[in-house]
Design a protein around this ligand. Structure first.
Ligand SMILES: [Fe+2]
Length: 420
C-alpha cells in the first residue's frame, strides 16, 4: 500500500522486539575525521543497541532522537571499506563505503534536486551508471521547506542503491535553512539532523531564523546540538582537491569579517592541493532572469581569485550555465543584493575562475526560453542550457580536469578541460 506521509510511517511506540527498525538505510557523509566517513542511518524509535562492524573491529554508534516526527538518527565514524550494521548484535545491513582514491576520481554535482520530478528520478538512475566517487548536492535538497517528511519522500528513496553507498556532500540552500517556520513546519531544517559534515567552519553572528512554535524550535535545537549553526560552512579534502563550502543564504553577510577571515585561512591552507573548488548555493554570476538580482556571493570573489580557486560550483538557478574564465574587480554595493563591479571574461584563455551553475538537478527548470536567446545572456556566459535536467560530471586525473554536463539520456550539453 502506498504510504502517503512520513508521519504515518512512524510508530509512536518503539519498534517491537525482533523487528528491523531501519527507516532510512545507511548513507555516507564526510563526518569530521578526514581519514574516516560518517555512516548515517535512521530508525524508528528503538531501544536497540546499534554498532557497526568494519575490518574486524566494532565501532560505536551515536544516536540523536528527533521529535518531529519521532525517529532516530544514528551515526558511526568508520574507515572506508566493507561494513555491517548490528542491532543488538544481529546483522541488519551490509555494504561498502568506497575508499578515497589518491588522485584520479569522479564526482557529480547537481543542485536543487528534491522536488520528486521525473527529471530528478531520471538523473538519479542515470547517475548510477556513472559510478561516481562522490556526489555534491548543491543545495535545496528538498522542497519547499527542508522538512524531514520531504527527505523521506523526495530524497532518500530517489538516491537509493549504489548512489547511497557513495559519499554525499551537501551545500546548504535557501530551501534547506532559510525559509522555514516551526509553526507551519515542525520538522524544518532537517539539514542539521541529516547531514554529518565537518565542523571546521566559523560560527557567524547571523544564523537561520528560528521563527514559530517555541516547543518545536526547542526540540530542533536540542537535536541539532552543536551543529546549529556551525554545520553551515566547512571545508574538506578529496584526493588532490580541496573544497570550501560556503553558506550563501541571505541571513549571512558575505562581507562579515569573520566569514572572510575563515575563507582566507582555508584557501591559504588549500594551496598545498592541486585543485581548489568552492561549493555555494547562490551563484555569483548568473545570466538567467530568475534570481538575477541575487549577486551577494560576489563579495567573496577577491578571495577566490587571490587564492587561485579553479572552479566555483553553484545551484539555486534551475538550469545549467558556464562562465568564461573571469575576473571581477572593484566590487561596490548596488541596490538590494546586487553587487556592481568590472567583470572581465577571458573568452580565449584561462585568465580567471570558471563559474558553474548546475541547478538543473530535478526541480522545475527556470527560464527555458533563454537557452535559444544568447542575446539575453550576460557577456560572461559561455554556455546556457535551460530546457532539460542535467548533471555535472567531473573527472580529475592528477593535473587534468574533464568536465561534462550530461542530460538524463547521457547527451552532452557542454564540456571543457583544464590542464595544469
Ligand atoms: Fe535555491
Amino acid at each position: 500500500m502506498l504510504r502517503r506521509s512520513f508521519v504515518a510511517m512512524l510508530p509512536i511506540l518503539p519498534a517491537a522486539a525482533g523487528q528491523n527498525p531501519m527507516l532510512v538505510p545507511p548513507y555516507v557523509n564526510l563526518g569530521s575525521d578526514p581519514a574516516r566517513y560518517a555512516l548515517v542511518f535512521h530508525t524508528y524509535p528503538s531501544t536497540a543497541i546499534f554498532t557497526v562492524r568494519s575490518g574486524g573491529r566494532e565501532y560505536p554508534v551515536s544516536t540523536v532522537a528527533i521529535e518531529n516526527p519521532p525517529h532516530q538518527v544514528h551515526t558511526a565514524s568508520i574507515p572506508p571499506g566493507d561494513y555491517e550494521i548490528l542491532s543488538n548484535g544481529a546483522s541488519i545491513f551490509r555494504s561498502t563505503a568506497r575508499a578515497r582514491p589518491s588522485l584520479r576520481h569522479r564526482f557529480l554535482m547537481l543542485g536543487d534536486p528534491g522536488q520528486s520530478t521525473a527529471g530528478q528520478r531520471g538523473l538519479a538512475e542515470f547517475a548510477k551508471s556513472l559510478d561516481p566517487d562522490f556526489i555534491l548536492f548543491g543545495g535545496d535538497m528538498v522542497y519547499e521547506y527542508g522538512r524531514s517528511i520531504d527527505y523521506q519522500k523526495k530524497f532518500f528513496p530517489v538516491y537509493d542503491g549504489v548512489l547511497r553507498q557513495r559519499l554525499w556532500v551537501g551545500v546548504p540552500g535557501n530551501h534547506d535553512t532559510d525559509e522555514s517556520n516551526f509553526s507551519s513546519h515542525p520538522d524544518a531544517y532537517a539539514y542539521f539532523h541529516y547531514w554529518q559534515q565537518p565542523m571546521n567552519g566559523p560560527v557567524l553572528k547571523t544564523t537561520p531564523s528560528l521563527k514559530g512554535e517555541p516547543k518545536n524550535r526547542d526540540a530542533f535545537l536540542k537535536a541539532a546540538g552543536a551543529k546549529f549553526p556551525r554545520a553551515l560552512n566547512y571545508s574538506f579534502h578529496y584526493a588532490n582537491a580541496h573544497w570550501t563550502v560556503i553558506d550563501t543564504n541571505k541571513y549571512n553577510d558575505m562581507r562579515d569579517p569573520k566569514l572572510r577571515e575563515w575563507v582566507e585561512a582555508d584557501l591559504t591552507a588549500a594551496q598545498a592541493f592541486r585543485w581548489r573548488f568552492v561549493g555555494m548555493h547562490h551563484p555569483a554570476f548568473n545570466s538567467a532572469r530568475k534570481h538575477a538580482e541575487q549577486q551577494h556571493p560576489r563579495w567573496l570573489v577577491d578571495l577566490f581569485e587571490k587564492h587561485n580557486v579553479d572552479v566555483v560550483f553553484s545551484g539555486h538557478v534551475h538550469n545549467y550555465q558556464r562562465s568564461y574564465p573571469l575576473r571581477f574587480l572593484n566590487p561596490r554595493a548596488g541596490s538590494g543584493l546586487t553587487v556592481r563591479g568590472n567583470i572581465l571574461p577571458d573568452k580565449e584563455g584561462r585568465n580567471g575562475i570558471i563559474y558553474i551553475v548546475s541547478g538543473s538537478g530535478g526541480a522545475a527548470l527556470h527560464n527555458g526560453d533563454q537557452e535559444s536567446k544568447p542575446k539575453t545572456w550576460q557577456p560572461f556566459t559561455a554556455a546556457f542550457h535551460s530546457r532539460m535536467h542535467s548533471v555535472s560530471v567531473v573527472d580529475i586525473d592528477a593535473g587534468r580536469m574533464t568536465f561534462r554536463q550530461l542530460t538524463v539520456s547521457g547527451r552532452e550539453l557542454d564540456s571543457f578541460t583544464i590542464q595544469k
